[in-house]
Design a protein around this ligand. Structure first.
Ligand SMILES: N[C@@H](CCC(=O)N[C@@H](CS)C(=O)NCC(=O)O)C(=O)O
Length: 304
């Protein structure tokens, strides 16, 4: 019965329902002062989304979810990884591009302080939210713990996540190297987490959710769903990765995280453009070095 309840809770708390619950309202007075520009499939945006859900659950803020599709729809409305040009994005989503001049999700536009503050890039958005609500503990109070969170974030960004995309996007003769690099990055992440919180639980230990958990959480979800499906990859169940597995078991049932998990089949299909080598998105360009030249940013974001 417990497992049936858990399955039920997962359905009820799906990402799709969360998007609906925070959809823009008709009446301007019902709109939240904090607008979140997000794409349902984007792991970077999911980092910020989970923080928003965490703060919203704690009654610390409210937000409106503005859905963005930065990619060109394919045949039969299939998802692609071919980005709209910046001009097309600016035409379709002017407020979003004003908040994120390179047209990348996530971004925030916050009117809670009177004027409008715009923030983009997943880490910067997460830190902005942590700074808005310091009592939330999203960023721990001590300088050394904050440094640990940031060092873990840096490790994941440079040594883990690029190899996830390389394994998907590289041609078959280069994939083995990408896999070894991914495993090395994850092994180091395991050791780092073990050193920070040997007692287990979240990155900082126990049930203390923090930005440290969002460094890798969205990709940990995608490793079995996406790399498993397209590349037959599985994170070995060995001692080398034990702390990561243990952390994942805690995170995957954490309410704010669960509320931002979208349907797995839909997610898997969304990644087809990476797996078949057709992607020309920023992720392909920045993290794998595939694709055309960088677009010119739309100009400085307006901040006050
Ligand atoms: N470093 C950025 C990366 C954001 C990013 O690349 N987002 C992707 C979606 S996962 C995007 O907006 N792509 C649109 C495009 O390629 O034009 C962050 O962490 O926020």
């Amino acid at each position: 019965d417990f497992y049936r309840f858990k399955a039920w809770a997962l359905v009820v708390m799906s990402g799709e329902r969360t998007i609906e619950a925070h959809a823009p309202r008709d009446s301007p007075c019902e709109q939240s002062k904090l607008r979140f520009y997000c794409s349902w499939f984007c792991p970077c945006a999911q980092r910020t989304w989970v923080c928003l859900e965490y703060l919203s659950d704690a009654g610390l803020l409210d937000y409106t979810y503005i859905p963005i599709n930065p990619y060109v729809p394919g045949e039969n409305n299939q998802d692609t990884k071919t980005p709209l040009s910046l001009a097309e994005k600016a035409e379709k989503y002017p407020d979003f591009v004003a908040a994120s001049p390179r047209g990348l999700v996530p971004a925030l536009a916050d009117r809670s302080g009177g004027g409008e503050n715009v923030v983009n890039d997943s880490l910067v958005c997460c830190e902005y939210l942590a700074d808005l609500c310091p009592q939330s503990g999203l960023m721990p109070p001590s300088p050394v713990d904050r440094a640990k969170v940031r060092m873990f974030w840096e490790h994941c960004a440079s040594q883990v996540i690029p190899h996830f995309y390389k394994m998907l996007m590289f041609k078959s003769d280069q994939r083995e190297q990408a896999k070894q690099d991914l495993l090395a990055g994850l092994s180091f992440a395991n050791a780092k987490m073990q050193a920070v919180s040997p007692q287990g639980g979240m990155f900082l230990g126990g049930n203390r959710f923090s930005l440290g958990d969002m460094a890798l959480g969205p990709w940990m979800q995608r490793i079995p769903i996406v790399l498993g499906a397209y590349r037959g990859f599985e994170l070995p169940k060995t001692e080398e990765f034990e702390r990561l597995h243990q952390w994942w078991e805690v995170l995957r049932v954490f309410p704010a995280f669960q509320k931002c998990l979208v349907d797995e089949d839909r997610l898997k299909r969304n990644y087809a453009g990476y797996a078949d080598g057709s992607a020309t998105s920023e992720v392909a360009r920045d993290w794998v070095g595939i694709g055309n030249k960088k677009p010119t940013p739309a100009g400085p974001a307006t901040t006050n």
